[in-house]
Design a protein around this ligand. Structure first.
Ligand code: BGC
Length: 730
């Protein structure tokens, strides 16, 4: 028996013309007109390749004259917009859809709310370093409150593409290299975005992306091929997407890349067999921008018409801005080449999401007043600051930090004084005026300092630097990447710091003053010399609008750093992809020549996965491992062996020592953040269910193989206690 909601949707579909049905599948972006005439896709392109900055993009999107193709909207040919992020425009367009189109079906507004909307929080890679699902959920909730107040109904997030290659610019957008963390991060984000009830005005549907394995592009090059075994896909890449589906994500975006030769956009195995049949996903699929049309470039369809046919057959419901469905579906259906049923199913799912969002009852979920009240509220800023302090990783500290207020400070580096850079990649709702740079925060907090950009016209200003450093007790050096150097279409063949920045660092080191390097970057960097020579290093990432305040919280010790890396820091780019959970080889790297290593670079990273320091120290003892009916239970004593209160992220890894398929040398299975007073010890407990200890065998059966398993517990993936036990899984 059909429920009432299904009946209503079916009845509505019954009334729709073919054109109106296809309209529901059409997601359109506004074109800019007037003085600056360019389509939405071209404008995005201009931002991605650096011709315009993110701010300019935002400014143009909010101020330039735009063509929303309103005649098409009236004719019921548009079901959704991408990139409308203000209440005034959203409501104006919604009114046309509801009052002037024949059936009055409300629009769905999608937007990239990746790490905050106006209140920009740290980039996802940074936030993941907090290892804290509650925080991830809270910042997503805050983003949803803001974005929905600006008229947004669906965000193209979370991105849970496991990213093991630091060359790929989009490592900034996910939770790093580990499968478990990406899944936990994504699921928490989904819960935060969507809230307990999607029909509430502040709930925003989550569109998880990019399905699947987008982060595994060959050579770290964006949009590149992904060719991997079915076992690896299942073990390392798919679980994070599955975790988001299980958390209730209402939408899925297939990835740009091909997977073993078949572009994800037309990959029926992925989109139907795995996503719908196996995982029971009932939400909508939205293509990535222009991705259906790009199947022609992939060389898997002869033309746009064939791409439309294959995409619908494979299970793409909504066409993001390629126009391919609008141009071709009617002809294909009329010619009997596509079953209208397939179209109806896609329309059904899209209408169902609109029903769930409450849009039929309340198409206008916001207004300009509400928008004004909601954006960048003081409590949102406070959360952004908390998230930033929890995301910054103290990489090194040779007794330089925390600073004391009596010390005289000199600050060098343009990134210390560039608020607009603090948001990092993919923050299209951001406004530069909201951002606080390090220098601005020092001004606001009345900390006296001397400042110099350090590099002027491409040259290190040695004389000025020496003069200023002379007067200081400590120097702060802001270096790293511009925000345009990570994110989409920002792959790099060299992830070390530019020579000029290294020269700046050397100049400062030569002054003999203690140097604190604050790194701003959207990916792991290869910084072997900085790591060796600079006595204190804080990885600040691109920390969001509260950047400066959060950095000062850490530098002056108001907050004790607790974050740990979720991504490995290589020694050199040539080691990429470098990640902790690699498989054992037959010749593990060692002293003898014929082992798996490089001639010119150490085997190990500079900083391993899970690594990060605190102003206190922690020691581990008494690891005990035992089995119960369905799980391995571990206990360990963690002691705060230092002099101040601090939080430690306790990590639990496993190695299946012998199995028929070679297994990772270590795999994260559980983690816990604990707060300890100086001298305090606590017992931390983990339970690792047996079901997490299997693997896919050669026949793709998920297998449990009895034998020795090593368990490791510690404060990072390298330094830990370990115990080996025999598991028979009976
Ligand atoms: C990106 C997506 C994003 C989309 C919409 C694409 O270029 O790959 O992650 O959601 O644009 O703006």
């Amino acid at each position: 028996m059909m429920d009432v909601q299904t009946q209503k949707i079916e009845a509505l579909i019954g009334e729709m013309t073919l054109e109106e049905k296809i309209g529901q599948l059409q997601q359109c972006g506004p074109s800019l007109v007037g003085a600056f005439e360019v389509s939405f896709e071209e404008l995005l392109d201009m931002m991605f390749d650096g011709r315009i900055s993110q701010e300019e993009f935002g400014r143009l999107m909010s101020t330039a004259e735009k063509d929303f193709h309103e005649d098409d909207l009236r004719a019921g040919k548009i079901g959704s917009y991408n990139g409308v992020g203000d209440a005034l425009t959203a409501n104006r367009l919604q009114k046309i859809a509801v009052e002037e189109s024949r059936l009055g079906i409300p629009l769905l507004f999608g937007y990239d709310v990746i790490h905050g909307f106006r209140t920009v929080t740290p980039i996802p890679l940074a936030e993941s370093c907090a290892w804290e699902p509650e925080l991830w959920q809270k910042t997503a909730r805050m983003s949803a409150e803001e974005a929905t107040a600006a008229g947004v109904h669906m965000t193209f997030a979370p991105m849970v593409d496991v990213a093991k290659d630091a060359r790929w610019g989009r490592v900034s957008e996910g939770a790093g290299e580990d499968t478990l963390l990406n899944g936990d991060y994504g699921a928490a984000k989904v819960r935060g975005f969507q809230g307990p009830d999607l029909s509430q005005a502040d709930a925003m549907a989550a569109c998880l992306k990019h399905f699947a394995a987008y982060g595994a592009g060959e050579a770290g090059k964006d949009y590149n091929r992904v060719d991997m075994s079915a076992q690896r896909l299942r073990e390392e890449y798919l679980p994070a997407y599955k975790a988001c589906v299980d958390a209730g994500a209402r939408a899925v975006m297939p990835a740009f890349n091909d997977l073993n030769g078949v572009p994800c956009t037309v990959n029926e195995w992925l989109l139907r067999d795995v996503l719908r049949d196996e995982w029971g996903f009932e939400g909508i699929t939205v293509s990535d921008a222009n991705a259906i049309a790009e199947c022609v470039n992939h060389g898997v369809t002869t033309n746009r018409q064939a791409a439309a046919k294959e995409a619908l057959q494979a299970g793409i419901d909504m066409d993001m801005t390629s126009n391919v469905y609008a141009e071709n579906l009617a002809g294909l259906i009329e010619a009997g080449e596509l079953a209208v049923d397939l179209l109806d199913q896609a329309v059904y799912r899209i209408l169902k999401l609109k029903v769930e969002l409450g849009l039929f009852e309340n198409p206008y979920r916001t207004d300009e007043e509400k928008e004004k009240r909601t954006l960048v509220r003081p409590e949102n800023r406070a959360l952004a600051r908390e998230a930033a302090t929890k995301s910054m990783v103290l990489l090194k500290n040779d007794a330089v930090l925390p600073l004391n207020p009596q010390q005289k400070i000199a600050v060098f580096g343009a990134l210390a004084n560039d608020p607009g850079q603090m948001t990092g990649a993919w923050a299209i709702g951001a406004q530069e005026n909201d951002c606080v740079s390090l220098v601005q925060a020092m001004d606001a907090q009345e900390i006296s300092y001397a400042y110099h950009p350090g590099i002027v016209d491409g040259i290190v200003a040695k004389d000025e630097i020496n003069q200023l450093a002379e007067t200081a007790d400590v120097v702060i050096l802001a270096i790293g990447e511009q925000k345009e150097e990570s994110g989409e279409a920002a792959s790099k063949a060299d992830i070390s710091l530019p020579t000029i920045q290294l020269e700046l660092a050397e100049t400062l080191l030569r002054t003999g003053k203690p140097v604190v390097a604050v790194l701003f970057n959207g990916r792991p960097l290869a910084i072997p010399t900085v790591a060796e020579q600079v006595p204190a290093i804080l990885e600040a990432w691109h920390p969001g609008i509260e950047a400066g305040n959060a950095i000062l919280d850490i530098l002056y010790g108001a907050v004790n750093p607790s974050a740990k890396l979720t991504t490995t820091f290589p020694f050199a780019t040539g080691q990429c992809p470098l990640y902790y959970d690699h498989i054992s080889t037959g010749r593990p790297g060692g002293k003898s020549k014929f082992t798996s290593k490089y001639l010119d670079t150490p085997l190990e990273p500079v900083y391993p996965f899970g690594y990060g320091l605190s102003y206190t120290t922690f020691s581990y003892s008494n690891l005990q491992v035992r089995t119960t009916d369905d799980a391995v239970r571990l206990t360990v004593t963690v002691t705060n062996s230092g002099a101040r209160e601090g939080e430690e992220i306790v990590q639990c890894y496993v190695q299946d020592i012998v199995a028929k398929r070679a297994r990772p040398v270590k795999q994260l299975k559980a983690y816990q953040k604990v707060l300890l007073q100086p001298g305090e010890s606590i017992t931390v407990e983990f339970a690792v269910p047996f079901e997490k200890l299997g693997y896919y065998d050669q026949k793709m059966d998920y297998t449990f193989e009895a034998g020795e398993f090593a368990f490791f517990v510690g404060g990072n993936s390298r330094d830990n206690l370990s115990e080996t036990i025999h598991l028979s899984f009976i």
